[in-house]
Design a protein around this ligand. Structure first.
Ligand SMILES: NC(=O)c1ccc[n+]([C@@H]2O[C@H](COP(=O)([O-])OP(=O)(O)OC[C@H]3O[C@@H](n4cnc5c(N)ncnc54)[C@H](O)[C@@H]3O)[C@@H](O)[C@H]2O)c1
Length: 186
């Protein structure tokens, strides 16, 4: 699908997966409006993204907004027409979800319902099947550290190409480049 001239709404756009997705969408010609409530990110990520986007930076827009904020979402959807929505906003720490189940249900489940209600109210109601292909591992994908991977290989034909040493090297390279993490001056 060509993304040229598509306007895409991304939730959790300052998160790990969201920020990478937004930049990839820009590379493919899309325009992106992303939201984040900064519960697990920093405004500085937006500065990094603008820098990485280069001359495509004016194709993305950020609004600080919570997916549970129906009024805030409605304001955004009233002002713009989106071709599709990619939803990454959520809490995802397994241990914490056991300690704080209600917070997780409210944020992830109730928040998604609020988002879907606003989308439906604005005519974005076709939940499309995501087409996928199972391909070779991508450079940089981490291997499973804690569990044996035989089942994945046996049942899915997935075999790790990178090991823990490679992961450590990649992490070290990132940490060396950004010694203060997201707080590292640009
Ligand atoms: N990281 C992975 O390897 C991985 C793998 C598979 C699936 N996922 C899923 O992808 C999604 C994003 O994961 P991630 O690793 O990028 O997490 P992340 O925590 O880095 O990103 C989530 C972003 O959403 C924001 N957010 C959380 N609740 C919000 C709310 N109510 N309103 C607006 N913004 C909110 C956070 O501030 C954060 O920036 C999660 O649903 C996660 O389960 C992640």
């Amino acid at each position: 699908m060509s993304l040229a001239a598509k306007n895409i709404f991304v939730t959790g756009g300052l998160g790990f997966i969201g920020s990478h997705t937004v930049l990839t969408l820009l590379e493919h010609g899309a325009t992106v409006h992303l939201i984040d409530n900064l519960s697990n990110s920093f405004p500085r990520v937006w500065d990094h993204m603008k820098k990485l986007a280069g001359d495509k930076a004016d194709k993305m827009k950020y609004t600080e907004c919570d997916i549970n904020d129906k009024e805030g979402l409605t304001k955004i959807f009233d002002a713009e027409t989106f071709d599709c929505v990619i939803h990454f906003a959520g809490f995802k720490a397994v241990g914490e979800s056991v300690d704080k189940p209600l917070e997780y249900y409210r944020n992830n489940f109730v928040g998604t319902v609020v988002l879907l209600e606003v989308m439906r109210a604005h005519g974005l109601k076709n939940v499309r099947r995501v087409e996928y292909k199972i391909l070779d591992r991508r450079a940089g994908d981490s291997v499973a550290v804690w569990a044996a991977t035989e089942t994945a290989e046996k049942e899915l034909g997935w075999k790790s190409k990178y090991n823990v040493d490679d992961m450590c090297k990649h992490q070290w390279a990132w940490a060396s480049k950004y010694p203060q993490g997201y707080e590292t001056p640009l």
